[in-house]
Ligand binder design. Sequence first.
Ligand code: SF4
Length: 210
Amino acid sequence: MSESTTMQTTSAEEIKETWLTTRLESVVNWGRKNSLWPLPFGTACCAIEFMSLMTSRYDFSRFGAEAMRFSPRQSDMMLVLGTITNKQAAVIRKIFAQMADPKWVVCVGACASTGGIYRTYATVQGIDRIIPVDIYVPGCPPRPEAIIKGVVELQEQMMQETFRSREGNLRAFYRSLERQQTLENTGMTAQKAIQQMFREAADAGQSRIW
Ligand code: SF4
């Protein structure tokens, strides 16, 4: 057997040994989950925990999520950290809409999840009433380790996603944004439009406006 034939045989064997099959979604999801770009929407004390998380002590880059951005168009994971007032509802909805798909939301702490101790007319009683949420991190405040746990669980969830699995939520959100725009076109402020949408949702027996 000539030398070139031997080398060809060896190469073919090597290829055979390293052959693998997978699904396109698995590869894409793997890439997405390991390159999250967080956008912190910090309004209160929970944001301080997030600041700790970004330091070398907790080293968020171990999870591929250290490229923090304050531009929605450069981010794909919004972390809502703190109390959200009704006045901020329109802002957070707009920022979420400006983020490019695919995008995920991590709701950090009691205030963002349920309004927390603020059972008042001025506070949104959970941001899932205004935008779709993927993961909730409980606590008041949650420690940085808890936020890491939330993001790791989100990453596990991302690995199970199909390309279309989250379309329903996003479509519903964009429809609600159109409704908001229709109301604003009648002369309402964004805040009033969202209040009106909350009233319409309550009439329909729902707490969410999307
Ligand atoms: S959940 Fe607690 S720590 Fe977080 S913003 Fe609310 S009051 Fe502050």
